[in-house]
Design a protein around this ligand. Structure first.
Ligand code: SF4
Length: 185
């Protein structure tokens, strides 16, 4: 168990994934602050639904929620053109992890957190090892430790809790490409 006073900034991609991670952290006696920065979520109505769901969860759990509340369609697509693989999954997901984790590391350093992490570590659908590697690289660059946990065993339980509690449940990963992959025939 970690020191219950660990000041952790937890990047949060959505309410359901956050619920699972928070359960695991509670068992370790850690109450993180949440951080919303997700320029990868499109379109706008989807962005709003996920953001509002997370705000509700933070309120109910009495957790501090830091937000960079900027809908990032243009930023995200522009960055892809500059090295994110032009929409191909291999390039774009790496770019997407780095974009969000870098802002989290930067914010953690500026605001005096002990460490940072991300709820992306709970998803069995993400490239877990890439997320870990990116977090560790950014930790070295920003001088703030990456708080790594394999939260994946908590995924199903977190989703179940989220459903029972009436959370907004997304149907695709986030970006406009993943929406197409989910729905296009
Ligand atoms: S599929 Fe998911 S992780 Fe990959 S770029 Fe899109 S939103 Fe990001």
């Amino acid at each position: 168990m970690r020191d219950a006073g660990t000041k952790l900034l937890l990047h949060a991609c959505c309410g359901p994934c956050s619920a699972g991670c928070l359960g695991g952290l509670e068992e370790e006696g850690i109450k993180p602050d949440l951080f919303w920065y997700n320029p990868n979520i499109h379109p706008w109505t989807e962005y709003r639904s996920r953001r509002d769901c997370l705000e509700g969860l933070a309120g109910r759990k009495n957790l501090k929620l830091l937000k960079i509340d900027e809908y990032g369609l243009r930023l995200f697509l522009g960055g892809l053109g500059a090295g994110g693989g032009n929409g191909a999954k291999a390039g774009r997901c790496g770019y997407c992890y780095r974009l969000r984790l870098e802002k989290t590391a930067e914010t953690a350093r500026r605001e005096g957190y002990d460490c940072f992490s991300t709820t992306l570590l709970i998803s069995p659908y993400q490239r877990h090892d890439d997320i870990k590697k990116t977090g560790e690289e950014l930790a070295a660059r920003y001088g703030v430790p990456f708080f790594y946990r394999d939260f994946r065993p908590l995924f199903r339980g977190g989703q179940k809790t989220a459903r029972e509690q009436g959370f907004y449940m997304q149907k695709y990963c986030g970006c406009i490409f993943s929406e197409e992959e989910r729905y296009a025939p």
